[in-house]
Every structure is written in C-alpha cells, then in structure tokens.
Design a binder for this molecule. Structure first.
Ligand code: SMG
Ligand code: MG
Length: 368
C-alpha cells in the first residue's frame, strides 16, 4: 500500500458539561483528525493530544507539526502495512500520540481494503462491553452525587472519581455511603499527590475502591511501589506507562497491579496490544483509558477493549456523556453496554455534515 497524501483536520467539540481534573478544566475538546489517502483507499484516526501539554508532554499543534514535518515524510517512501509504521518512525523520538494517530489511520485504510475489522485484527473476543464513566471534580458534593446518580441510572458499570488534594476522602466517602458497597468505584489523581501524601492516601482503603489511578508523578515508579506496599487498594498506572517495556518495569518493581492502556499514550494499538499481552502474562488486569475521544477514537478503543485481558470496564462512555454532536454516529448504552464496531477498519467513518460543522481548519500534505 502506498501513501498518496494526508489530511490534518482540526475539529472543536463542545463538551456537554465542563470536565475538571487535577490538571485543569476543559469545556471543549479540540481534536486533531488524520485522514490518510492511499492507493488502496482511505483511513481515518484521531490524535489523543490535547490543546495544552498538561496530561502529557504532547499537545495538539505540536502533534500536527511533528506529523507534517517528520512522520508523514518518513512514510511516503515505504511500502505501507500497519506493522511497518512504527519501525519506519522509530528513529524519531517520543511523540506517541502523533505516531498513534498516523499508525491508526494506516491500520484503518489497510483493514478496510481487506474487509477486516480492527476488533478481529487485534483479537477481540467480545461483541459488546460493560463500560465505565469518569466523573470530574464538581463545585459541591451534592452536584457530584447528582452526577453519579445519573450515570448509575444510565447503566455504567464503574464510576471513576477525579481527585486532588482537598477533594478526596470526603467525596469518596459520600459517594460510597450514598450508592452502597456494590458500586465499582475508583479514583484518579492525574499525578496530583506527593510521596509525603502516602499516609493520607492510605485512608482511602476504608472505601473499598477497585483502584487508585496515578497518584504520583509519571516518572516516580518508586513512590507508587512504596504506596502499593502500604495500602490494600490496588494501584493503577496511567501516565507512567508509555510502552510495553515501561509496563514490565513497573510490574517488576511492584509499582502497579492494574494498567490503564491508552493507545495514544503508548504510540498506537499495536503497542497497546503488547501491553495487554505482557500484563496478562504477569496476571494483571488491564482496562482501556479515555482521552475524551471523538467517535473515531472511541470506535477503535472499543475494539481494543474487547481483547480478553481487558477485564475491567474502560473509560469509554456513550457519546451523550461527552458531546451533543460528534463527528460520527453516536454510541449509545444498551443494557449498560456499548457494541464493539464490527465493520471493516475501525468500523465507523465521519458523518460528512457533522464533520464539516465541527471542523475549524484543514490542511493537505501531498506526496512529494
Ligand atoms: O474519555 O472518558 C474519557 C475521559 C477519561 O478521565 C479520563 N481521562 O487520566 O484517565 C485520565 C483522563 C485523561 C484526560 S483528562 C485530562
Ligand atoms: Mg488517568
């Protein structure tokens, strides 16, 4: 398969409610979509990069720049297949979210041309999945309780609360006491704590959480390992894990017993599957994280999350939890589950009218 050109498209999707985490508040998801045109047809993907480099060092305009300037020129000369993309980009350091978008668009085109779904290609074993919802920090506990109530009524299988110093024990206690012991409840700190907060975090043990996600800095595996030895709540790593090699290091150090896998963070779906494989081989459960994806990214995440080791519900919620209008047809919860797309490639394509309405800029990178 030969690459003939690439379109970079910025879209802006207003969120139905602001999403506040320890990193800041988002009201709009500005996303970068990538469309590859090849001699065998086209493929679409999105970059997980956000406007600002707060969750990760990558950011949207930086991702667009590295894609335009370095990634695409490295792919024009080669005979493209999905497994050839990462090796062709390996000499370019970092930028996993940019690389993931490019590799996934190639995967979509290649699989579409062969009539194979991403789910089948990756090794999915389920057709629909129970999913979770990530609940941002709210102004009041009452507002939090209302939000959680609504999500549980909609059928979500797990609720994750964003926490930060000053918004942790109390909201968790109130949610647990209001909704009971049977609700699968987790927390995500997005690196907001310091190692000296370990004994404070140990108090979360009282609330039967299924995990605490990324309390400390991404590069502080040691602090996570020490906390893991102190508390009974399982530690899950998100920001710390950028490759299968990282996953092995973290597991061997005892820094986590669960891994949140986000394809963008780790450079694509093929590396994401490798993390699934090594975690499973070590007996760790994994789940698929979310980056407020558009329907394009969500479709691909559902395919990944249908692999056998993804035994915990992912941050892959219904479209209505994020956006009134998306670039694809909406995903809806049916009996608490989302269907894994079964069509060729990622299984969805942008709806032309929605795509146009949400687009803020486009750029075409022609073959040399
Ligand atoms: O896509 O449902 C979603 C959002 C899930 O909480 C979510 N993502 O750290 O896991 C995480 C965050 C990262 C994005 S917010 C900065
Ligand atoms: Mg997280």
């Amino acid at each position: 398969m030969k690459l003939e050109g690439v379109e970079l498209r910025r879209v802006a999707l207003p969120l139905v409610t602001p999403f506040r985490t320890s990193l800041g508040t988002q009201t709009v998801r500005d996303a970068l979509l990538v469309r590859v045109a090849t001699d065998e047809g086209e493929g679409w993907a999105e970059s997980a990069a956000e406007d600002e480099p707060t969750y990760s060092p990558e950011y949207l305009e930086g991702a667009a720049d590295v894609i335009r300037r370095f990634l695409i020129p490295a792919l024009f000369p080669i005979d493209l297949d999905p497994a050839a993309v990462a090796p062709a980009l390996r000499h370019l350091r970092g930028h996993p979210m940019a690389k993931s978008a490019v590799e996934t668009a190639v995967l979509d085109a290649w699989l579409r041309a062969r009539g194979v779904s991403l789910a089948a290609y990756l090794g999915a074993v389920r057709r629909s999945l129970p999913v979770g919802v990530s609940v941002g920090i709210t102004d009041t506990i009452d507002e939090l309780l209302d939000t959680v109530d609504r999500h549980l009524a909609a059928g979500y299988a797990r609720v994750k609360l964003k926490i930060e110093p000053g918004w942790d024990l109390e909201p968790v206690a109130r949610v647990r006491e209001t909704f009971g012991a049977d609700v699968m409840l987790t927390v995500d700190a997005n690196t907001a704590y310091r190692p000296a907060d370990a004994s404070h975090l140990a108090e979360l043990d009282a609330y039967g959480l299924a995990m605490i996600e990324q309390p400390f800095a991404p590069d502080d595996l040691h602090a996570h390992a020490r906390l893991a030895a102190m508390i009974s709540t399982p530690i899950c790593l998100d920001e710390s894990i950028t490759s299968a090699r990282d996953a092995v290091t973290a597991i061997r150090q005892g820094a986590c017993s669960i891994i949140n896998i986000k394809p963008g963070r780790v450079g694509g779906y093929l590396e994401a599957r490798r993390i699934h494989d090594v975690a499973t081989a070590h007996g760790l459960p994994v789940w698929c994280g979310g980056m407020l994806e558009t329907g394009l990214g969500r479709a691909a995440n559902l395919a990944l999350a249908a692999l056998p080791g993804f035994t915990l519900p992912g941050d892959i919620s219904a479209t209505a939890r994020y956006y009134e209008r998306d670039v694809t047809a909406p995903f809806t919860l049916v009996d608490g589950e989302l269907a894994v797309p079964a069509g060729p490639g990622v299984g969805v394509t942008p709806e032309p009218s929605d795509l146009e309405a949400l687009t803020t800029a486009t750029e075409w990178i022609p073959a040399p």
